[in-house]
Design a binder for this molecule. Sequence first.
Ligand code: PBG
Length: 324
Amino acid sequence: MYLPRRNRILRSNPAIRSLVAETRLGPDDFIVPLFIDEGKDTKTEIPSMPGYYRNTLDVTVKEVKELWSMGLKSVLIFIKCKDELKDNTGKEAWNPDGLMQRSIKAIKDAVPEMLVMTDVALDPYSSYGHDGIVENGEIVNDATVEALVKMSISHAEAGADLVAPSDMMDGRIGAIRKGLEGVGFTKTGIMSYSAKYASCFYGPFRDALDSAPGFGDKKTYQMDYANRTEAIKETLMDIEEGADIVMVKPAMAYLDIIREVKNSVQVPVSAYHVSGEYAMIKAAAKMGWLNEEKAILESLTSIKRAGADLIATYFAKDAIRLID
Ligand code: PBG
């Protein structure tokens, strides 16, 4: 048989495959989410996220040192707020001595070069478990945006490098940028969760922070997963309002969105490989139905191939070990 082109030539051995590989994972690709708890010297495994922990701040600081030594350069922090501090205003979110603010300072003191990104949304602080202030059963936009501005400024004051609004209120990126500029925080970046969908894949995360909505769902602010054009609209608006980095979330069921966003913007694109995506791989591996290591590398590579410049993932440390 004569064939002018035999595509298998470039797949015939590991050396040639590695030479022509289009996508390669490395430590610069990852953002490491961290869950932080009050207390001392305690690690609590998250039941629906086996192998992932909510740590007290002292343990977290040790963890951050280890992450830095592995070449990982950014963490995205979430805190578990005590029940008695939750209310409908979410005011604990901008308490200068709150767990979030203390965590930012402690991490920056211990490893100043580590980029600290902070989740900005009211849900962990809300007695209703919603990302905004509730009035008459509705999540109100503009009052919530004011709260998010206060929250962002307090994170910047504590030393955050980038604030990451994950709430999906309208106009919050512009308001946060204006708020930061107004008090002289001209070096604080904004990584916007721009195309964040109302997704069942956040379930395990809400276990980790005890932040599940107390009534209803998040569909009046997070996006409908049936939509693609809307993701581009949201993302372009966030960039106009001042976002430095944009994000698509979740990742694996949204690879088309990641690619379309990547082709539409001139800023770095991140993707959040979320808790439920982590849990699925862990569960299948535990049952012996999937090879965990291969599933991790294939998943993360596909997210990068789709167009993500950065990936927030609970598998960051595993990936570094596997790449080595
Ligand atoms: C808070 C927030 C959530 C996640 C990140 N920030 C939960 C939600 O919106 O309900 C989910 C992350 C994950 O599932 O890994 N707004």
